[in-house]
Design a protein around this ligand. Structure first.
Ligand code: ATP
Length: 266
């Protein structure tokens, strides 16, 4: 694996068999021979319509699913928080309201990943720093709040602080802004970009919105029916894409929210 590479996905396929009353229906090939490299420090956009296999790809990287065939390999990294010398990968989900326990305060929610992992170098100061780093300030006014008293954008910031406190090498952000108002979504994307600049963290940004992907990503993989049909730099995808599906996504994209993204070349 070359030095710039964090994760290498080689010819990975994943088939889901139908269960229960649907077992007579054909199986679903969620991923079909996918090969992809995640580079250190990049934002990699994974774009595609519903059912194209984006979340399945994320779950395979997280180890929540096993590939049916093919291989996923991880670079050796220098992260003292990693227990096996492999990258620490965290996830942020689409709906922060669902992913955060309603019974826990912000302080407890952000502390929880460290408590679960029994981290010795963990103290309250780290919670404060994590909340500051996601812009939840003054921190004292958020520590004792419960998720239902926060806005959607603030909840997503808590979810990011929860991920960041484990000092991950990579965050998989699975549709992190699709439940948010457009302007709040842009704030969250800007926060991710800021974190990338400050910490060098790698992001995989899963979305059905090519304008959002183009706003934040260094490279973009376009998925359709379990396959990567096109891959390239942000600029290549916006102004020089080849696949008809990518062209159709660009044509239907709204440019209003993402001011630095122009699709005029298409
Ligand atoms: N556990 C499962 N059992 C059976 N089929 C599944 C399972 N998980 C995903 N699938 C199917 O695999 C295909 C890919 O699903 P996946 O969730 O990866 O797509 P996606 O691109 O993330 O879609 P969305 O944007 O709607 O989340 C879909 O047809 C889905 O119904």
């Amino acid at each position: 694996m070359d030095n710039s590479c964090l994760i290498k996905i080689d010819n990975v396929s994943k088939v889901f068999k139908r269960k229960g009353m649907f077992r007579n229906e054909p199986e679903v090939k969620a991923l079909d021979n996918v090969s992809l490299t995640v580079k250190k420090g990049e934002v990699l956009g994974i774009i595609g319509e519903s059912g194209s296999g984006k979340t399945t790809l994320g779950k395979l990287i997280l180890g929540l699913l096993k590939p049916g065939s093919g291989n996923i390999s991880f670079a050796d990294i220098d992260n003292s928080s990693s227990q096996n010398g492999k990258p620490i990968v965290q996830v942020i989900f689409q709906d922060p309201y669902d992913s955060l326990s309603h019974m826990m305060t912000v302080e407890q929610l952000v502390a929880e990943p460290c408590i679960i992992q029994n981290r010795k170098n963990f103290d309250r100061n780290r919670i404060v720093l994590a909340l500051e780093s996601v812009g939840l300030t003054p921190v004292e006014s958020f520590l004792h709040k419960y998720p239902h008293t926060l806005s959607g954008g603030q909840r997503q910031r808590v979810a990011i602080a929860r991920a960041m406190i484990t000092e991950p090498d990579m965050i998989i952000a699975d549709e992190p802004i699709s439940m948010l108002d457009a302007s709040i979504g842009v704030d969250i994307l800007n926060l991710m970009l800021d974190m990338k600049e400050r910490t060098g963290i790698t992001f995989m940004f899963i979305t059905h919105d090519i304008a959002a992907a183009a706003y934040i990503s260094d490279n973009i993989a376009v998925m359709k029916e379990g396959k990567i049909v096109e891959y390239g730099s942000r600029e290549q995808i916006i102004s020089d894409c080849c696949h008809e599906y990518t062209k159709s996504l660009l044509l239907s994209a709204s440019t209003g929210t993402f001011n630095n993204t122009s699709f005029d070349d298409k």
